[in-house]
Design a protein around this ligand. Structure first.
Ligand code: SF4
Ligand code: SF4
Length: 153
């Protein structure tokens, strides 16, 4: 009987409408992207980037291969060589297959360099390209500071 009366008097419908009405006076939470950009969260995980020493531009990566080993999908491939008399290896290539990356951050977490982390998850998120080949990022495209596409219309 109660269920029947609820149906007759449209109780559920009115409850739903009331809930909608309570939210109506609040301003719309909308960004006019790409003109307006929502700030990224402090621990946002965007495109992987390599970093250099800020003052000198020197290589931070020690070519330890830990990021490549940590990646569950085997998306990172890197290599380097040691110059005679040098302690640190020079990074020769760093290939990253963005197309299958799940942005889990395991590679960046495994990177051991301090105080500057060689491999970070940046705030870059505009990653659209027109071919799969463009999603294979080579060493030059991995360095922080490479121009980021900013869509304007
Ligand atoms: S973020 Fe995760 S999936 Fe992407 S390269 Fe790093 S470890 Fe691999
Ligand atoms: S874990 Fe860091 S230091 Fe080691 S190879 Fe990867 S980017 Fe370079």
């Amino acid at each position: 009987m109660i269920a029947f009366l609820r149906k007759i008097f449209l109780v559920d419908l009115l409850k739903g409408l009331w809930l909608t009405l309570t939210y109506t006076p609040e301003p719309a939470f909308t960004f006019q992207y790409p003109r307006e950009r929502r700030p990224t969260a402090p621990r946002f995980r965007g495109l992987l980037r390599l970093q250099v020493e800020p003052g000198t531009g020197a290589q931070v990566c020690i070519v330890c291969d830990q990021c490549a080993k940590a990646c569950p999908d085997d998306l990172i491939s890197l290599g380097g060589h040691r110059e005679p008399g040098q302690k640190l290896k020079a990074l020769d290539y760093f290939d990253f297959n963005l197309s299958r990356c799940s942005f889990c951050g395991l590679c960046s977490e495994a990177c051991p360099t301090k105080p500057i982390k060689a491999l970070i998850m940046s705030e870059d998120y505009e990653l659209g390209v027109y071919s799969r080949q463009e999603q294979i990022l080579r060493i030059d495209e991995m360095y922080d500071g490479v121009k980021i596409e900013q869509y304007t219309h």
